[in-house]
Design a protein around this ligand. Structure first.
Ligand code: PEP
Ligand code: MG
Length: 361
């Protein structure tokens, strides 16, 4: 592993003697992953795949997929992105050299992917060879007033299963190629976002397993894999025992869990929270420092119920709190296995993890 040098490196080497928590990173590109590894990240705890789809050809294909008439149309659109998506995962796996990599299946608010202008519609209609008016009507039908409370996360995987199938295929083909041709040892971790009910996970897990097995059989090799979920809705935390029956790991998405527990939009919080903090209604911005009395209690319940149902279930956190020192201490105290944070926060998370272990003594 590339190491930090000088005094900083020395400090970090001391820190690592004490900490129990592993520290992973949130990274979507090989470059982020490389930076994080230089800071000592021990894996990727969250690869958000949304950003991989914003480049023009890809967003066109996703729009085509969403607005297609039938399964064949959806599959055809996604087939155009599959090789690129596989390339994305090859890059990340290579950079991480066998360290754990958790890839989250697509979790966009749908409105980010819908065509926005008449020009978008016309371009798409030409590709799909349909009337622009028809696409416009469909896009209008899919418009939502509260996209963050709507058709996002695993709900998208339920309505358009082909998109998750394509992503799982890309993940597993990338992993199998590296195992078979380059001697890598990789255990891909496939993560399903925004689960609120165990039945969502049952359906999506079964779909994912079907695709994974198909790819593994095609390559004729043995590759282990894990399928897990984000816990980022209060209902998921409260029913974590049921959910653990279908998940080999949990990753607490404390950004959404804070949003949904407070009922406060994370996108607009900056306009309102400073007022509360200044007036001492809240001591701190809960999107920055984990609210231990409320959101933290849901994390705690999620851990306990998860462990009851599946002893040894792997537990992590990948919300922004994973790199905030007080929140890291809370994660240590609740027996999480790892925290995951943005690359530049990895050193502070390592330090906080050691601090937590020392506080315990
Ligand atoms: C979260 O909700 O905490 C999370 C990590 O997911 P995202 O920020 O991508 O919604
Ligand atoms: Mg989230």
């Amino acid at each position: 592993q590339p190491e930090l040098t000088g005094d900083f490196g020395l400090l970090m080497s001391w820190v690592d003697k004490f900490r129990r928590l592993k520290v992973r990173t949130n990274a979507d590109t090989p470059l982020d992953a490389q930076v994080a590894r230089q800071f000592g990240a021990e894996g990727i705890g969250l690869c958000r795949t949304e950003h991989m789809f914003f480049e023009h050809d890809r967003i066109m294909a996703v729009r085509e997929m969403i607005l297609s008439e039938d399964v064949e149309g959806r599959k055809g659109a996604l087939a155009k992105i599959l090789p690129m998506q596989k390339g994305d995962f090859l890059g990340l796996f290579r950079e991480m050299k066998g360290l754990p990599v958790t890839i989250r299946l697509l979790d966009p608010p749908l409105h980010e992917f819908l065509p926005h202008t008449d020009k978008d519609i016309d371009e798409l209609a030409a590709v799909m060879q349909v009337q622009p008016q028809l696409l416009k009507q469909k896009a209008e039908f899919l418009h939502e007033f509260n996209p963050m409370l709507g058709h996002r996360g695993c709900r998208l995987g339920m309505t358009f299963p082909e998109i998750y199938d394509m992503q799982v295929q890309a993940i597993m083909e990338a992993a199998c190629e590296l195992v078979k041709n380059e001697g890598y040892e990789i255990v891909p971790e496939i993560m399903i976002p925004l689960v609120g009910h165990v039945n969502e996970l049952k359906v999506l897990r079964a779909n994912a397993v079907r695709v994974v097995e198909e790819v593994i059989n095609r390559y004729g090799i043995q590759v282990e894999y894990l399928i897990g979920t984000m816990i980022e809705l209060p209902r998921a935390a409260l029913t974590a025992d049921e959910i653990a029956g279908e998940a080999e790991f949990f990753s607490f998405g404390t950004n959404d869990l804070t949003q949904t527990t407070f009922g406060l939009s994370r996108d607009d919080a900056g306009k309102f929270l400073p007022f509360y903090v200044n007036r001492e209604v809240l001591a701190e911005d809960p999107f920055v420092v984990l609210d231990q009395e409320g959101v933290g209690q849901l994390v705690k319940i999620g851990c306990e119920k998860g462990r009851q149902a599946r002893p040894g279930i792997k537990l992590g956190i990948c919300g922004e709190h994973g790199g905030e020192p007080n929140s890291v201490i809370f994660c240590h105290d609740n027996g999480l296995d790892y925290v995951s944070c943005s690359p530049y926060r990895v050193p502070i998370a390592r330090l906080a993890a050691a601090h937590a272990a020392l506080l315990e003594k």
